[in-house]
Design a protein around this ligand. Structure first.
Ligand SMILES: Cn1ncc2ncnc(NCCc3cnc(NC(=O)Nc4cccc(C(F)(F)F)c4)s3)c21
Length: 274
């Protein structure tokens, strides 16, 4: 079907506000359209030189192609993009409460109630993505944002692919969220996101990821491959149960997302309105 013709946008269409953050490839600014209606959005500025140098132009194209067709309350919208001779600009939904990992760093860890609600929203978003055969592949606190009402928004689809994927994920950044099948370079399915959801649940409650090994990448690899999981006694029995059901070595043994949303640890904290 012919999509709605999106108009051409230019930097001159916006008043530039405060910087919201800076990523590896550029900065994000809060901006507002100059003309009525005044839309507030987040503008991510990427330098073409950096993108070419890091040979990620294919990934950016894929991200734009994938994320422009996604519409879900817990998936950050990508409204469109434009470029000038030096830069590419991603027009993103503005997440009013900013980056989730900053809250996690500030508080150290989250209560089980807050963690449960985030995981429920994540499972909802991942069910939507997987129904469209999109694997996110990079679920981690750094890629999660919070909307104005504190609701979770998955951002940064820079590593997402259409299932099944077997692209080597060049191991930049943290390995903590990689499942055994990706660590071993084997083919992977959307079940990599189930594993990452388990890692995220653990990290929200405990404040650090389960297979973290500060002695280095290889040590983390080994702990992931062995599913060397030690869950502290402070973690409730229900949370422990869900974490173990997601962090299964065999992808086919991981609890499906529909079951995650019915799990006692999720149901008990769901806001009464649902
Ligand atoms: C901080 N902050 N506070 C509020 C707020 N509201 C909205 N957004 C924010 N921040 C931007 C969040 C992002 C969403 N999508 C992104 N996408 C991306 O960065 N893609 C991307 C870049 C470079 C290289 C690659 C590749 F190909 F290598 F993978 C992919 S970044 C906000």
């Amino acid at each position: 079907a012919v999509g709605r013709p999106t108009r051409e946008w230019h930097l001159t269409d916006f008043d530039i506000g405060r910087p919201l953050g800076k990523g590896k490839f550029g900065r994000v600014y809060m901006v507002r359209t100059k003309t009525e209606p005044h839309y507030i959005l987040a503008l991510k500025c990427l330098y073409k030189s950096e993108i070419v140098q890091s040979r990620v132009e294919k990934q950016i194209r894929r991200e734009i192609e994938i994320q422009q067709n996604l519409r879900h309350p817990h998936v950050l919208r990508l409204y469109g993009y434009f470029h000038d001779e030096k830069r590419i600009f991603l027009m993103l939904e503005f997440a009013g409460k900013g980056e989730l990992y900053k809250q996690l760093t500030k508080y150290g860890c989250f209560t089980e109630k807050r963690s449960s609600r985030y995981i429920d929203q994540m499972a909802d978003a991942l069910m939507y993505l997987h129904a469209k055969h999109v694997i996110h592949r990079d679920i981690k606190p750094e890629n999660l944002l919070l909307g104005i009402n504190g609701e979770l928004k998955i951002g940064d689809f820079g590593w997402s692919v259409h299932a099944p994927g077997n692209r080597r994920k060049t191991l930049c950044g943290t390995l903590d969220y990689l499942p055994p099948e990706m660590v071993e370079g084997r083919e992977h399915s959307e079940k990599v996101d189930y594993w990452a959801l388990g890692v995220l649940t653990y990290e929200f409650i405990c404040g650090n990821p389960p297979f973290e090994d500060l002695s280095g990448h290889n040590a983390t690899y080994r702990r992931i491959q062995r599913v060397d999981l030690k869950i502290p006694s402070k973690v409730s029995a229900e949370a422990r149960d869900l974490i173990i059901k997601l962090l299964q070595y065999d992808p086919d043994k991981r609890i499906p997302l529909s079951e995650v949303r019915k799990h006692p640890w999720i149901v008990k904290y769901r806001s009464k309105g649902h």
